[in-house]
Design a binder for this molecule. Sequence first.
Ligand code: GAR
Length: 190
Amino acid sequence: MNKNIAIFASGSGSNAEKIIQYFKARETAQVVCVFSNKSDAFVLERVQKYNIPTQYFPLKDWKQPEPIIQRLREFKVDYIILAGFLLKIPQVLIDLYPNRIINIHPALLPKYGGKGMYGKHVHEAVIEAQETESGITIHYIDENYDEGTTIFQATCKVLPTDTPDSLAEKIHLLEHEHFPKVIEQIITTK
Ligand code: GAR
């Protein structure tokens, strides 16, 4: 059955856009809404051309998420995808969507996860530690940051010449290649 996906994103939204494009060309699922905790997140602008409803919710709504839950119900959302979403997901949402909230993290968890480890901070830490490998982790969300069950990982080399920016580029390429396909695999095998 065709599934409805909500995307939560806080930033630029390149992953959100790839997921939207991927499912536009398929019949397994569609992205029905994009929510953000940042009123000025570029993702809200970026997805406008796809005519997908977007909504900004202030911090208080992410703490007491009744208004968000109501909108998810209206959109009949089956899965929530966190595509660069930087707030903790409230327990009530996790309980409503058990194993149906999926996050992507720009490192090989359990390394370089946890509070404060997002976006560029992750790549800075990886380079600082002189790692020779990094990658992406796609995982289910539980109540702790970056600690749910891992679904998928892919790796890339970190060269001595890499900077946080060049590593971020490699990681984004991996994310764009794998995230939509892994989402599809999960929602079509459940
Ligand atoms: C992505 O690299 C994603 O893995 C990361 O934020 C970036 C968002 O990029 N997420 C985290 O760090 C979560 N802890 P995008 O806005 O271009 O999709």
